[in-house]
Design a protein around this ligand. Structure first.
Ligand code: ZN
Ligand code: ZN
Length: 372
């Protein structure tokens, strides 16, 4: 499947980031510059997809430093993204290059991404990279920008979701074939790749029978058989962007009335959760909508995870949709709604869609039916 993807708005992202420097530090004070060490955040800001690099953001300049493996790639990707950045290829002298740029820019307070700096890096930054510069912890500065997807990002997630939908449609009937969980997962992964996915969003989950009651079990060599509920949770990646969906199927007939009831209750909860999504709604209220329905069926304790999460360049990102989340969903957020019930004697049921939040509600990017 070849889809043409609209271009993305890289250039405006840095301006939105530097606009927040005045209050960017964890204590609410300002920073003069930010050292970006998360490769995902570097990709978001510059389009560079290499596996190593460091990005210095000052109000006047972007400096991307990577090593000799990525020289040509970085040049091409910055140009394609329309990002004007100074690119330095330096394998062994990164301390001097970045330290020099920080000195030249007169940076006194340098923000670090507190969640993306190792202890070893911090020691090097303090001792040799930035002597005399105050290093200031910041949290989630780029991640906050990443919550709201632009049209190009939504198009990529939508393309990934469409591949997952199509792949599932093509392999669904094979659940009856006596495959193992691992074999079925491989069929699905292969079909997604064949349809143009550059990878899977995460290791595909296929949980059959009692294994389905363990929400994130890796596929095993257990053979899928009639009477099983099978939880299939998977996603595709298109141009770096993930999709995420879960369907639960009964192989043959339901083995018992409880299984049927579990599916009905989770379907209800999931539909109510999706209906509750709209810009301005607290993420915890969406979680509560799903949780009440499952609790009313007597299975509150069996819904052992949050209702959902943001999806984008990473499979799990902000905003989190859970009881303890303090996020309010905004138009342009892409989130999942995925309630579940897990009972070891009967199996597991989880149903998950990826949706994009709009002013009035949401639009589902996952289109696979939920019952057959
Ligand atoms: Zn999932
Ligand atoms: Zn998910």
């Amino acid at each position: 499947m070849v889809v043409s993807l609209p271009p993305m708005e890289f250039a405006s992202r840095t301006a939105r980031l530097t606009d927040r420097f005045g209050t960017a530090a964890e204590d609410g004070d300002g920073i003069d510059a930010l050292l970006v060490t998360s490769m995902v955040n570097i990709r978001y800001l510059t389009g560079f997809t290499g596996s190593a690099g460091i990005l210095l953001v000052t109000p006047d300049e972007l400096l991307l430093v990577t090593d000799g493996r990525y020289g040509e790639q970085a040049t091409a990707q910055l140009a394609a993204a329309g990002v004007s950045a100074r690119l330095e290829i330096s394998t062994y002298e990164q301390a001097e290059v970045v330290g020099g740029a920080v000195r030249d820019a007169g940076v006194q307070r340098l923000g670090l991404e507190a969640e993306h700096v190792t202890w070893g890096q911090l020691r090097r930054f303090t001792d040799s990279w930035f002597p005399g510069v105050e290093l200031v912890p910041t949290r989630g500065l780029v991640e906050v920008l990443r919550r709201v997807k632009d049209a190009g990002e939504v198009a990529r997630i939508e393309a990934a979701a469409a591949i997952a939908d199509q792949a599932f449609e093509l392999v669904r009937h094979r659940l009856e074939d006596g495959l193992t969980e691992r074999e079925f997962a491989l069929e699905l992964d292969t079909e997604m790749r064949r349809l143009g996915a550059e990878g899977t969003s995460f290791e595909t989950i296929v949980g059959s029978g009692p294994n389905g009651a363990r929400p994130h079990l890796r596929p095993t060599d257990r053979q899928i058989r009639v009477g099983d509920l099978v939880v299939v949770d998977f996603g595709a990646v298109v141009d770096g962007y993930c999709s995420d969906m879960t369907r639960t199927l009964a192989v043959g007939e339901f083995a018992d009335a409880t299984q049927r009831r579990m599916v009905e209750v989770v379907l209800d909860a999931q539909a109510a959760g999706v209906a509750a999504v709209a810009a301005g709604v607290a993420a915890s209220a969406i979680d509560d909508t799903c949780r009440r329905i499952i609790a009313a069926a007597g299975w509150g304790e069996a819904f052992v995870h949050g209702t959902g999460h943001g999806v984008g360049l990473e499979i799990h990102e902000d905003p989190r949709v859970s009881k303890t989340s303090d996020a309010v969903v905004e138009a342009g957020n892409v989130i999942t709604v995925e309630p579940g019930v897990y009972l070891p004697e009967h199996g597991g049921v989880r149903i998950e869609d990826t949706v994009v939040v709009t002013a009035e509600g949401c639009r589902a990017l996952t289109r696979t039916p939920k019952t057959w």
